[in-house]
Every structure is written in structure tokens, then in C-alpha cells.
Design a protein around this ligand. Structure first.
Ligand code: PHE
Length: 346
């Protein structure tokens, strides 16, 4: 082997390596070429083993050629590597591209349950008169649900509420939101203006107009010098806000053990306008709530001095109001959670 042979072998090695680099399809192929040609046991080292048989003065020249070959292959590897990386990136970008102009899939919006929507409307109206929303528990004790509301055990007035009892001594599912009156009086000092929405329970045979679960909104105002005229003015404003400024209203005598005097509050029929129709049993009036002046005994149970404070309270059934707002004829619809029904309210 002389200088010319070795040089030719090196040049051939370079030519083959450059061709292979050119044709390499990915980074792994480049790594294989690098190892095969430039690696410790690679072909370049193999060729250079022949250097020992050359005369000493030729050796540096072969060394120079070998360095040039190594340099050329190295930079070809680097260049091809960079090119492969950028085309891999481009392919990936194309593959993973998101078309931001595609219209989105519409998200179905939820709606308020008509009962919640009605409660919100009631609260908004009374909110304008300074009433603040409170809540009491659905499981009450007999004391607050009845006794502190002037309904002693075994009193015949208990027949007004068909009660569901809980398997814990002295507890029941509240039959009305009125026990909330006691809770608010224990918690706040007058002047009190409280609104208490909530779910109530009664033992009922269920049909289109009877439910064992229903909602009420309770109102309580306690202050010095509160009168029946304040109650009537407030309720009249409520009816006008809810059903129209032209609606007439009236009080009729009523009975509740916890209010004295007690009244039923009527609004001119919202269906026929007062001329008489099936919805108002041809009377021209609809009863929308019960109310009255808080009984002095109840104020006392609430920890307030009835000589100093007077109050009024009212309680209304939310389903009845929602029925009129949305022309719903069957109470059971409110509890079934059928989206075909619920989706009709916005
Ligand atoms: N709690 C009564 C009912 O359930 C309604 C009511 C509340 C009446 C407040 C007067 C005062 O029928």
C-alpha cells in the first residue's frame, strides 16, 4: 500500500458515506452511518490502519486527507440531520394542525328550573323593599315547625298540615317555611325583613294538583309600629310587580294559629282579568298567599317583646305562582326532571 492507494481508499470512503448520508431517511439512519464510518471501530479507522506501512514522511499527508474526509462527512451528517429535523417538524405541524376557522360545536346551555326562576323573581321584587333571603333546614323540629308557632301538641290546628315524620324523636320534614320565622327572630334584631324560600313536605295522595314536596316563600317583617296597612301595601305592590300594575287585590279573613288577624290575599284573576273563568272558579279572584300579623305569642317565642315590636308574615306556594307564569297544569312536572319540560324555560 502506498500513499496513492490510501488516499484513493479514503476518497472512496468519503464518496460512499456522503451518498449514504444523502439517502438517509431519518435520524436513526444518520446515527448508524456515523457509527459505521466514523466510530471507534468504524471504516475510517480501518483504512487508517494501513498508515503504518507507509514511509514516515507520507504519514502526515494521509493524516491531513483523513481529517478532511472526517470533516466532510461530519458536516454532511449535521446538515442532513438539520434538514430531516425541520421536515419532520413540518410534517408534524401539518398532521396536528387545528383549523381555527371551523365553527365550534354548540354547547347546550342549561336553564333555571322554573321553580328556582320563580323564586328568584319573587326575591327580586321583595328585594326592592329591603327583604333579605334566609334559609332554614328541611328537617325541622316539632318545636319550631309547630309549638313556637302557637300550635301545641294535640291542638286540632295540626290537622291543617299532614305531616311526614322523621325517625328521630321530635323531628319532621317541615310542613311549611314558617319555622324560618322563629329562626330569623332568634338570629336577628329588629328591624327584620326576611324572605325564606324553601322546599316543604306534606303527606299527600299525589295527583296533578297535590304534591308531597313543594316550595314556599315565607316573608317576615318585624319592627316598631308595623301595621296591617304595611302588610297590605307591600303585598299590593308585589302583586302589581308580578302580575301587572292594573291588577286589583283584596284581603279576606283567614285563619292561621301563628298570625292574628290572619288573611287570605287575592289578586284579580290573572287568566280572565276578573270576569270569571274556570281558573278562578268563576269568582274573578285568585288566592295567592296566606298572611297576617305575627301573633304576640310567636314574637315571644322568637325572643322579642310584643309590647315593643309588631310584625307581619306571609307565605306563598311557589308552584301555584309558577303555574300561572308558565301555564303549567300539572305539579308532577316540576319534580320529574324531564329535560323536554325543563328546556322550555329560559
Ligand atoms: N305557613 C302557612 C301555610 O303553610 C302560610 C302562612 C305563612 C300564613 C305566614 C300566614 C303567615 O299555609
Amino acid at each position: 500500500m502506498d500513499l496513492a492507494d490510501l488516499t484513493r481508499e479514503l476518497e472512496e470512503l468519503q464518496a460512499q458515506a456522503l451518498l449514504a448520508v444523502d439517502e438517509a431517511a431519518d435520524a436513526a439512519a444518520l446515527d448508524a452511518i456515523e457509527l459505521d464510518v466514523l466510530g471507534k471501530k468504524g471504516r475510517l479507522t480501518g483504512v487508517l490502519r494501513g498508515i503504518g506501512s507507509l514511509p514516515p514522511e507520507d504519514r502526515p499527508r494521509v493524516g491531513a486527507v483523513a481529517n478532511a474526509v472526517r470533516g466532510a462527512i461530519d458536516s454532511a451528517l449535521a446538515e442532513r440531520g438539520a434538514a430531516l429535523r425541520s421536515s419532520e417538524l413540518r410534517t408534524r405541524l401539518v398532521r396536528e394542525a387545528v383549523d381555527v376557522t371551523t365553527p365550534g360545536r354548540p354547547i347546550r346551555r342549561g336553564t333555571l328550573h322554573p321553580i328556582n326562576e320563580t323564586i328568584a323573581e319573587i326575591a327580586a321584587i321583595f328585594g326592592q323593599f329591603g327583604f333579605v333571603v334566609y334559609e332554614g333546614p328541611e328537617i325541622e323540629d316539632d318545636v319550631r315547625n309547630f309549638q313556637m308557632l302557637n300550635i301545641p301538641p294535640d291542638h286540632p290546628a295540626r290537622d291543617l298540615w299532614d305531616t311526614l315524620y322523621v325517625d328521630v324523636e321530635g323531628h319532621l320534614l317541615r310542613t311549611h317555611t314558617s319555622p324560618g320565622q322563629i329562626r330569623v327572630m332568634h338570629q336577628e334584631q329588629p328591624p327584620i325583613r326576611a324572605l325564606l324560600p324553601g322546599r316543604c313536605f306534606r303527606y299527600e295522595a299525589i295527583d296533578a294538583s297535590h304534591a308531597s314536596e313543594f316550595f314556599q316563600v315565607e316573608g317576615l317583617m318585624v319592627d316598631e309600629g308595623t301595621t296591617m296597612a304595611d302588610l297590605k301595601g307591600l303585598l299590593d305592590q308585589f302583586a302589581k310587580a308580578m302580575y301587572g300594575a292594573d291588577k286589583r287585590t283584596r284581603f279576606r279573613p283567614g285563619y292561621y294559629p301563628f298570625t292574628e288577624p290572619s288573611v287570605a290575599f287575592d289578586v284579580e284573576c290573572v287568566v280572565c282579568g276578573g270576569s270569571g273563568c274556570p281558573a278562578c272558579s268563576r269568582s274573578g279572584w285568585m288566592t295567592i298567599l296566606g298572611a297576617g300579623m305575627v301573633h304576640p305569642v310567636v314574637l315571644q317565642y322568637g325572643g322579642l317583646d310584643p309590647e315593643r315590636y309588631q310584625g307581619f308574615a306571609f307565605g306563598m306556594g311557589v308552584e301555584r305562582i309558577a303555574n300561572l307564569r308558565h301555564s303549567v297544569g300539572d305539579l308532577r312536572l316540576y319534580m320529574e326532571n324531564d329535560l323536554r319540560f325543563l328546556g322550555q324555560f329560559r
